[in-house]
Write a protein that binds this ligand. Structure first.
Ligand code: GLU
Length: 431
């Protein structure tokens, strides 16, 4: 079984979406089940409604799943497993106060050492801990030996016992920490492969350690995806608007284009433009580059335009929320627009009443008057001829104001191509 494990703590980041897509693809390829696990253990950081929003985004991208589980529903399992580790002396109750720990952290910082737990409470047995009757957190004892695993993308990775450390698995109030809940749930759901972002690499030995201590000997495979950098080479943070899937959708990028782009990122693919179904045919984690990938919005725009071109007229009209008879008009604008929002802006300019004729005010008035009083012919050539004859205008003084009258814009595609779509509406607009 594979899983996508988002935290409902913020807008979905493109990095998360990439993780979801790749897990979905691999689950399909292997014919394994795929679940969504909402990681809501960090209750203070949960944001109401983000879980639903994540599921809606997955729907929009055609990412189907077998089940949605909430990690908080498994708290009793996490607590039972923590109790088992305590009983077996593989974990211990820690009474250190936040102030003590903070002081140790500060000290480590000053000495430029990574912070590690001091080990102070490690020798407090379970009986003694119970007798104290004070609140405590539960820490797992750090491993005795190095922990090594083979990452599908990064290769062999080894971590010293100190890097794993005796970390907290249960908070004072009995809620599990992320690493513990994640390790236990991956075991409970029989996860075979974890694909996630490389920001989790250092968590992996901790999670492996938890399962080993629990006596689970089935190996889970790991693939940690290189992070996505912004175009300036920095980590793409939440402040980069383009990192938000919601923002990209609002900007008029199609889900299929975003998915195409995220699969292409740092990957070797047989073609540049493809659908999710096509990617299921050939996708291979082994082709993902170890190097961080750079997010390039221009590339995404190019891919988006290609996917817009592939839409049928009915699909294009639906995506733009316009009458199907205008799909052809929208398609012409694909010469210069790359997103739904940009096409919408062009159509708004045409069908909106606003016109700025600049220096051609007088000419526009003459042309408008003639258009409103003539029978509009089928062909643009006839239209042009009649309009020229009646107005006596030609060249720039004819074409400039005419373009603005018809399209509301100074520049754009050939008006002869646009005319067939405009002629039935233009009088209404100009009136
Ligand atoms: N909740 C974690 C995240 O959103 C999931 C990490 C994992 O896949 O284990 O980053």
């Amino acid at each position: 079984m594979l899983r996508f494990a988002p935290s409902p703590t913020g807008d979905m980041h493109i990095g998360n979406l990439r993780v979801a897509i790749l897990n979905f693809i691999v689950a399909k390829q292997r014919g394994e089940r795929f679940i969504i696990r909402i990681e809501d253990t960090d209750t203070e950081r949960n944001i109401e409604g983000k879980d639903k929003e994540i599921l809606q985004i997955l729907d929009a991208f055609g990412i189907t799943y077998d089940e949605v589980v909430y990690q908080s529903a498994n708290f009793s399992f996490h607590q039972n497993f923590a109790a088992k580790l305590l009983e077996e002396g593989k974990a211990f109750a820690c009474f250190c106060t936040p102030e003590e720990l903070e002081a140790e952290r500060q000290k480590a910082k000053e000495q430029k050492h990574p912070y590690r737990y001091s080990g102070k409470c490690e020798h407090i047995g379970i009986e003694e801990a119970k007798k104290r009757g004070e609140p405590f957190v539960v820490r797992i004892k750090k491993p005795q030996a190095e922990i090594t695993f083979e990452d599908i993308i990064k290769g062999k990775l080894t971590f010293a016992p100190n890097e794993v450390d005796s970390f907290v698995i249960l908070r004072q109030d009995g809620r599990p920490t992320y690493n513990f809940a994640c390790a236990v749930d991956d075991m409970l759901y029989d996860i075979t492969l974890v694909i996630r972002g490389e920001d989790h690499v250092s968590n992996t030995p901790k999670q492996i350690h938890v399962r080993r201590m629990l006596g689970y000997d089935k190996e889970i495979a790991y693939a940690h995806l290189p992070i996505i950098l912004s175009s300036d080479g920095k980590k793409m943070s939440k402040r980069d608007k383009a990192s938000s899937v919601k923002w990209l959708l609002e900007e008029g990028f199609l889900p299929q284009a975003i998915a195409n782009y995220l699969i292409l990122l740092g990957n070797k693919t047989p073609t540049e433009i493809f659908t999710l179904d096509e990617a299921i045919e050939w996708f291979d984690l082994a082709n993902i580059s170890k190097a961080p990938a750079k997010f390039d919005i221009e590339k995404l725009r190019f891919i988006n335009r290609e996917h817009l071109r592939r839409l049928s007229d009915a699909e294009l009209a639906k995506a733009l929320e316009i009458h199907p008879s205008l799909a052809g008009l929208a398609r012409i604008y694909l010469e210069e627009a790359s997103t739904l929002k940009e096409i919408q802006a062009k159509l708004d300019a045409i069908f909106g009443k606003e016109r700025d004729f600049g220096e051609f005010d007088k000419e526009a008035l003459i042309l408008k008057d003639i258009i409103l009083n003539m029978e509009l012919p089928e062909s643009f050539d006839d239209f042009k001829k009649e309009l020229m004859e009646h107005s006596g205008l030609k060249g720039k003084r004819f074409f400039k104001p005419l373009r603005i009258l018809l399209t509301g814009a100074q520049h754009g595609p050939e008006i002869s191509a646009l005319y067939p779509y405009l002629k039935d509406h233009i009088k209404e607009v100009l009136r």
